[in-house]
Write a protein that binds this ligand. Structure first.
Ligand code: CA
Length: 222
């Protein structure tokens, strides 16, 4: 999962990035509304954390513009204490939730999880294809009930593929979610992980990961 943090206070954005990193969630940072808009248009984020006091524009104006462009990704706005009118306006414009500065990271994380759960409707904590099961809460992967060991990125890749069984997941979407903007990416970085995942799964699990040339990858029961 990858988030966009829109925050002009570098100390605060770095603290948020590090806190999410310790929970295995990658973040990109935009220090102003213009950079945020450019990143949102090119990258598939799971959600945006949007500070409203930005140097080039009010964050609410950016949010309004994104919603008018029918960009529906979840947005949590960050407001200053005492700005209850702003919070209400933010929710009217299309924010999914808000936190009030100063906030505890745990609160931001909990609100993010709630927003993501709402967005996807009810989520069965166990995702299954064939005899392969991924527990989304514990991130345990098992085949016929027997745990198998995967690296964190292999599990993330598996989760992205298992969310849309029998559908092609574009390579670019996988790159966006698996690697941060600061990562130097070899052109075959995703292939490397797909290859490892295949090697670990295909011997035991009744699933296959097909390469759809020039587009992406598709997981289905074998
Ligand atoms: Ca600010």
């Amino acid at each position: 999962m990858r988030l966009l943090i829109v925050e002009d206070n570098a100390d605060l954005s770095q603290a948020i990035v590090q806190a999410f990193a310790s929970r295995d969630i990658r973040c990109d940072v935009a220090g102003n509304a213009g950079d945020a808009e450019a990143l949102v248009s090119t990258t598939d984020y799971a959600a945006v954390i949007l500070d409203l006091g930005l140097p080039d524009e009010d964050g609410l104006e950016l949010l309004d513009r994104l919603r008018r462009q029918r960009i529906t990704l979840p947005v949590i706005v960050v407001t200053a204490r005492g700005e209850s009118e702003t919070r209400i306006r933010g929710l009217d414009i299309g924010a999914d939730d808000y936190v009030v500065k100063p906030f505890l990271f745990a609160e931001l994380h909990a609100r993010l999880n709630a927003v993501l759960r709402r967005q996807s409707g009810y989520v069965d904590p166990q995702s299954r294809i064939g005899n392969l099961t991924l527990d989304l809460r514990t991130r345990e992967v098992s085949v016929d009930g027997k745990l198998i060991e995967l690296s964190l990125r292999e599990i993330e890749l598996l989760e992205l593929l298992m969310r849309r069984p029998d559908h092609v997941v574009p390579k670019r979407v996988l790159e966006d979610h698996l690697f941060g903007a600061g990562d130097t990416l070899g052109s075959n970085a995703v292939e490397v992980y797909v290859h490892r995942l295949r090697r670990k799964l295909e011997a035991t699990a009744g699933v296959k990961v097909q390469t759809v040339r020039g587009i992406g990858y598709m997981m289905s029961a074998a």
